[in-house]
Structure formats: C-alpha cells, structure tokens
Design a protein around this ligand. Structure first.
Ligand code: SF4
Length: 225
C-alpha cells in the first residue's frame, strides 16, 4: 500500500503479548519499500530470522566501520549463506584508520556509521526500517515503541518486549548463527576499540564505549535515519 508522506502514524493496538512476527507481517503488508539495518547482534539475528519467516525479502544493511571484530564479519557471512533470499548490503565509509575513536567518539561514529547509512538511505528511500532494539537493553530504551517516526519513514521495532533470555532461547531453538563473542559476555557488539564484555549486573549495552558518556552511536537519535 502506498501511504502519503503527510499521513500521521497510527499505531495498532499491540502490547506485551503481541508476537514480533505479527508486527513484521503488519509492516510488510503496509509499507511497499521496507529495509532493515543490522549489526548482527543477538537481537538482529533473531529479527532477521523472524522477518524471513514473515516473508521479508529485502535489504539487510550493515555499516562496516572498518573496526568490526572478525567474529562479527564471520557472523554476517554465515547469515548471508543461511538466508539467500535476503539482500545483504555492506556499506562502508571507506575511511583510513585515523584513530579518531581515541579523541572524539561522536565524530567517529558520525563519519563512519551515520553518514554512510544516511547517504545510502537517501538513495534507497525506504518507507520503513526494521530495527532490532528492545526495551531491556538500556535505561534509555525503556520507553521504546513498536513504531516511531512518521508514515514517510517509520521505524518498526518488533522486539521491544523480548528479553535477552527469550531471544537466546529463540536463537538456540532455531540454531541461529549468533556472534560467538556474545556467549563470552559481549552482549552488545560494535567496533572492537569501543566494545568490552559486560560485567554481572550491567545492562546489555554497558560494554559499549566504556569510560565514555555514550551508549548509543546516534543512528536512532533525532531521527538520524
Ligand atoms: S564505535 Fe568507536 S570505532 Fe566505531 S565508529 Fe563509533 S567511535 Fe568509531
């Protein structure tokens, strides 16, 4: 269905018990050009599997900053092999190793992650973007809604109510290719210089940008995408 950009976003009557796949199926019926971003974390791998089950056959956009763990790139390759119906797209800023993450993480994320994705999306013009974020991941995500944005570009967040344990159970039952670093305590995995394992009692994203007042790259701030 082609929805005029001026249409105000209306949220279906979904709640804690709504299965993520029902949200995905709804979005696939409503939006004609959806896309998905992924860093191939546990949430992302579960979302990919559910989306394929719901009939998604579109792009999975991965931003290669140049600093990813080898295990993350291997996970991407395993997903490419497992889901041939999807179009995995690796986007890269193609920047040399400038060490900017040591002095300015916000600028580094902006140049290596946000800008390349924004440029890609400007060409692709998706009307919906699937995101694998969930409420449990951080304090800042506790109010996350199933749908954000406007009808011109809605962000669809099917997994908001799924806990880490539930995601793990799903991944195990489905035999999904979870990044092996996850099982070593890397509950959220970004670039190698900016990621450490999570300690007991910390939230899932505490290992991102350790020592910095930052736990989001900015992709989802201020409608960056
Ligand atoms: S996570 Fe770190 S290395 Fe990666 S883009 Fe952001 S600041 Fe740079």
């Amino acid at each position: 269905m082609n929805v005029p950009s001026s249409t105000i976003l209306t949220v279906p009557n979904w709640g804690k018990d709504t299965h993520p796949q029902a949200v995905i199926a709804w979005a696939l019926a409503r939006y004609h050009a959806p896309a998905m971003t992924s860093g191939f974390n546990l949430n992302g791998v579960v979302l990919i599997d559910m989306a394929v089950g719901a009939g998604y056959r579109g792009d999975v956009l991965f931003v290669d900053t140049g600093y990813h763990f080898r295990e993350t790139l291997d996970t991407r390759d395993r997903l490419v092999a497992r889901y041939p119906a999807l179009n995995f797209v690796t986007i890269s800023a193609k920047r040399p190793d400038d060490g900017l993450f040591r002095s300015n993480v916000d600028l580094c994320c902006a140049l290596r992650k946000i800008l390349p994705l924004q440029q890609h999306l400007a060409e692709l013009q998706p009307d919906a973007i699937f995101s694998a974020r969930s409420r449990e991941q951080t304090q800042a995500r506790q109010e996350l809604a199933f749908l954000e944005g406007s009808e011109s570009r809605v962000r669809v967040n099917p997994l908001i109510y799924w806990s880490r344990l539930r995601l793990e159970r799903y991944a195990r039952e489905r035999g999904l290719p979870v990044n092996p670093l996850y099982w070593d305590g890397f509950l959220s995995i970004g670039c190698a210089p900016c990621t450490r394992a999570v300690r007991p009692g910390e939230d899932a994203r505490s290992g991102r940008w350790p020592g910095q007042d930052k736990n989001e790259c900015g992709l989802w701030h201020d409608d960056a995408v």
